[in-house]
Design a binder for this molecule. Structure first.
Ligand SMILES: [Fe+2]
Length: 222
């Protein structure tokens, strides 16, 4: 009897302490660093406004709701609910992380500048040329079945760059690569302008890549 009471008390104390220590950080929709129409003619203003204000915002809202539920379950030691919440956290949290990066990967055509320095050297070393990397990225990304993302990432174990893709809203880190550049190929990213022509969207997006941001990501990853 005494042992049972002690165990119950220990469990209650553990939950209370764990619950008190857990801090849920609320995700926020980041502002874009350019106007909705700034990426035209590659991506039109209507797509950008809907994509940022509706789609990304929904991931943020649902991620915060899922985190809240998870924290409540965690405070109660409700492991079944904690496990059940994980797909929603991965999907909506991934959607928030991926889109937050995607906006920064893009720049107005008037501000476009080619990659240079260490980034360009490593692209040429690992793919042969910038064109070869872009071809490989475009081919892999156009071929994503259904919805997903194309990525240029850095492999910390090998010190090399690599192209990969993920399904749905899975973040690049789930492949083992640190993301440097991500391209959204969900239909909401291009359909209003390109209809079914995903290859045209991905080929055109090279005209608005913010290579300075991609290069900074590489410096931070190395
Ligand atoms: Fe998207």
């Amino acid at each position: 009897m005494l042992r049972r009471s002690t165990n119950a008390l220990a469990r209650a104390t553990a939950h209370a302490t764990y619950g008190a220590r857990r801090t849920v950080v609320t995700a926020k929709l980041p502002d874009l660093e350019y106007d909705f129409g700034a990426l035209e003619p590659v991506i039109n203003a209507e797509i950008m406004e809907l994509h940022h204000q509706k789609h990304h915002n929904t991931y943020v809202t649902n991620f915060n709701a899922a985190q809240e539920k998870y924290a409540e379950a965690e405070a109660k030691g409700d492991y079944s609910t904690m496990i059940a919440m994980q797909p929603a956290i991965k999907f909506n949290g991934g959607g928030h992380v991926n889109h937050s990066m995607f906006w920064k990967c893009l720049t107005a055509p008037k501000d476009f500048a080619m990659p240079e320095g260490e980034l360009l050297k490593m692209i040429e070393r690992d793919f042969g040329s910038l064109d070869a990397m872009q071809d490989k990225f475009t081919t892999a990304t156009v071929a994503v079945q259904g919805s997903g993302w194309g990525w240029l990432g850095y492999n910390k174990a090998t010190g090399k760059l690599a192209v990969t893709t993920t399904a749905n809203q899975d973040p690049c880190v789930t492949t083992g690569l640190t993301p440097l550049l991500g391209v959204d190929v969900w239909e909401h990213a291009y359909y209003l302008q390109y209809k079914n022509l995903r290859p045209d969207y991905v080929k055109n997006i090279w005209k608005i890549i913010n290579w300075k941001y991609v290069g900074d990501n590489l410096k931070n990853a190395m």
